[in-house]
Design a protein around this ligand. Structure first.
Ligand code: PAF
Length: 518
């Protein structure tokens, strides 16, 4: 197997020339590799089977991130063993620069950067001044030299992950951040290079930390409250010296009133003897919900279905429910503008939505499978009008809320983020120009064997539908305040799904909802 240990910047540059066409997947480490690092390297290896890529692991014990009196000088160093471990896990090369390579003129003569104070001053940052500035400075430096396509970091160091994600976003760095769940040893202790310092007896004590955190998450799941004071006391009584214990927002890291938040982080830093350990648990009392709204023909169904499948979430197409009601009204020749008649008709409808992992959604109306019937152009032409009726919206919104009670779904529609699931973890407003949407609609119709009107006519129909959808009084098509817009003109379906997945990962860690749920 081809394996290279690079030392200098020019070693790195020569290697980069050799692998020219391959994307670099980068795993930065401080060495003393353990199961957690192995998992990062394996994830990097697995990441893009489609494109030629190569995995580079860096080993650099960064003095900038150690505070005075910390364990910089005794931090475990064993390059040979690290190389063996990295190689075994699938790395193609290791870059182990010296301090002089990265800071040839000493650190006073090079740029350093500062992490935002809102992110670095609590949790681990409260007692470790300059730690996150040191991490951000070195990661930026490594990224500038390595120029990777993907950067792999562990969720174990959640605060570090949040700060590096912010660094990448703020500075517009051309790298995508991928995170992997905390890896634990068999006994439950989160893997860390510092575990090496623990004596057998200390290790037994240290196990109290993951155990008690896990117990709290179970309490939270069953809607019981968490008493931080008691928890701190419990930890101290078991012999751990608590540095911090907080419940914080996942992204801002600000302390939260967890009764009101959907997903938050219970994080702790403790001393077990002289060894500093950190651990956390995510608190969530239902599975995640993703709301995807947007105008007709923006490609919502195609991408939402595949995105849901990829993440092991159930796909809910709320549009099909409005289509089913429309079909029924047309079949029964009901006048939708006669409110009494409409309400009576609705009371005669029993709509069953069978959701399947495969993404195929079966629509049964009063027991009859009408999944195909609701896709005709006749239904398409009338659905916006029917969906603008208060009685229809009320009935279907209630049913959708009930379907999503336990979460675990990706719902697609016009008012999901604003009305149906206002507390969805991720809200996306998927758009495309009316020209692009007309083109996609034409392809769709042709694929289903329907007659295809000319593109100008289709574009006009789409614009008319947008107008009805966005101007109706009840639950109009609007971008929820906290929704992120994703304009898909010129993007392939795979690119849209990749972008959605990245957006999802910014809200929902792998630890909460791993990608391989299916
Ligand atoms: O997580 C680590 O090992 C380090 O903080 C990192 C990201 C390699 C920077 O030195």
């Amino acid at each position: 197997m081809n394996f290279t240990v690079l030392r200098t910047k020019s070693d790195l540059a020569t290697w980069q020339k050799q692998i020219q066409n391959e994307q670099i997947h980068f795993v930065p480490t401080m060495g003393c590799l353990h199961q957690g690092h192995k998992a990062l390297i394996k994830a990097a290896k697995k990441f893009s089977a489609k494109k030629p890529s190569t995995v580079l692991v860096s080993i650099f014990i960064n003095p900038l991130q150690f505070s005075e009196g910390e364990d910089f000088s005794k931090y475990p160093r064993n390059l040979e063993q690290d190389c063996q471990i990295a190689l075994g896990a699938g790395a193609n090369a290791i870059w182990a620069p010296s301090f002089e390579t990265l800071f040839p003129k000493g650190k006073e003569n090079h740029f350093v950067i500062q992490a935002p104070s809102s992110l670095k001053e609590n949790l681990c940052g409260a007692k470790r001044q300059n730690h996150f500035d040191g991490v951000a400075t070195i990661v930026l430096r490594l990224l500038n030299f390595v120029k990777p396509k993907q950067l792999f970091l562990g969720e174990k160091d959640w605060q570090q992950l949040v700060i590096i994600r912010k660094l990448v976003k703020d500075l517009g760095l051309q790298v995508e951040v991928q995170s992997i769940p905390t890896v634990r040893d068999k006994d439950g202790l989160a893997c860390s290079s510092r575990n090496e310092y623990l004596t057998n007896q200390e290790r037994k004590k240290a196990l109290t930390l993951p155990k008690l955190l896990f117990e709290q998450s179970m309490l939270f799941e069953s809607n019981k409250s968490i008493d931080l004071k008691n928890l701190r006391l419990d930890l101290e009584q078991k012999g751990l010296n608590v540095e911090y214990l907080e419940i914080v927002d996942l992204k801002s890291l600000a302390p939260v009133n967890y009764y009101k938040t959907k997903l938050c982080l219970l994080a702790a830093g403790v001393y077990c003897g002289k060894t500093r350990l950190i651990d956390h648990i995510f608190l969530m009392n239902r599975k995640p919900i993703v709301a995807i709204d947007g105008p007709a023909g923006a490609g919502k169904s195609t991408v939402t279905k595949r995105f849901a499948k990829q993440l092991g979430l159930i796909y809910l197409d709320t549009g099909s429910m409005y289509r089913a009601v429309t079909w029924f009204i047309q079949e029964q020749k009901i006048n939708p503008d006669d409110e009494k008649e409409l309400v009576k008709a609705l009371s005669n409808i029993k709509l069953d939505i069978h959701l399947a992992d495969s993404g195929i959604q079966q629509v049964l109306l009063n027991g009859q499978d009408i999944s195909k019937e609701i896709r005709t152009p006749k239904v398409t032409a009338a659905v916006s009008n029917i969906a603008s009726k208060a009685a229809v919206r009320e009935k279907l919104t209630a049913q959708q809320k009930a379907i999503g009670l336990k979460g675990g779904i990706v719902a697609e529609g016009r008012d999901i983020g604003s009305t149906v699931f206002p507390d969805a973890e991720l809200k996306v407003f998927l758009t495309a120009s009316s020209k692009e949407r007309a083109k996609r609609r034409a392809d769709d119709l042709a694929n289903q064997g329907f007659e295809v009107p000319n593109l100008k006519e289709l574009e006009h129909q789409i614009q008319e539908r947008d107008k009805i959808d966005s101007t109706r009084e009840i639950a109009p098509l609007i971008q929820a305040m906290d929704a992120k817009e994703l304009a898909t003109d010129g993007m392939t379906i795979d690119e849209v799904i990749d972008t959605l997945t990245r957006m999802f990962r910014e809200e929902i860690p792998e630890e909460v909802w791993p990608s391989n749920q299916l």
